[in-house]
Design a protein. Structure first.
Length: 157
């Protein structure tokens, strides 16, 4: 059994420019929707802006992750091996992440931060049960990457 503690989600402290950019985008989209008479979508846009603010300003708590012979336990929930597919590693906000496919209608991928866990040791154990394979990027993924590069919400340094 392998066990470690890490944050629940990737987190990066945002600066004032990020919040200002989000605010301007929300304001402009809301004005357009207001003149189009679409009041419910305005509430949806404002809700997403609030969610973005909360996720960017409130640091995540730490949670316990365990890899056992039965499956992966993360956040107190057990994901059994028969419901998991391949795994691969990525990085978000300079934080290493292991991604594991999950055979579920809504939750299709587990995203688990490695924290101080050794990547090689985790790979060795996961390869006993799962295939180490990075999936090809979908049209949606490539569109999101293009959008992030062309319209960044904050300066990249």
């Amino acid at each position: 059994m392998l066990s470690w503690e890490a944050p629940e989600r990737p987190f990066k402290k945002r600066d004032r420019e990020y919040y200002t950019t989000i605010g301007v985008i929300v304001f402009l989209v809301s004005i357009i929707l207001f003149f189009a008479g679409q009041f419910l979508p305005i509430a949806v846009v404002v809700s997403f802006a609030f969610l973005s603010y909360v996720l960017a300003s409130v640091p995540p708590d730490n949670t316990l992750h365990q890899v056992t012979n039965k499956g992966i336990r993360s956040g107190g929930k057990l994901y059994t091996w028969n419901n998991l597919g391949r795994f691969w590693f990525t990085t978000r906000f300079q934080q290493p992440i292991v991604n594991v496919e999950h055979n579920h209608a809504i939750l299709t991928k587990l995203i688990i931060l490695l924290g101080d866990q050794d990547k090689e040791e985790l790979t060795r154990i996961l390869e006993l049960y799962l295939v180490n394979e990075t999936p090809a990027l979908t049209w949606w993924d490539t569109s999101a990457i293009w959008l992030q590069k062309k319209f960044p919400l904050e300066k990249t340094s």
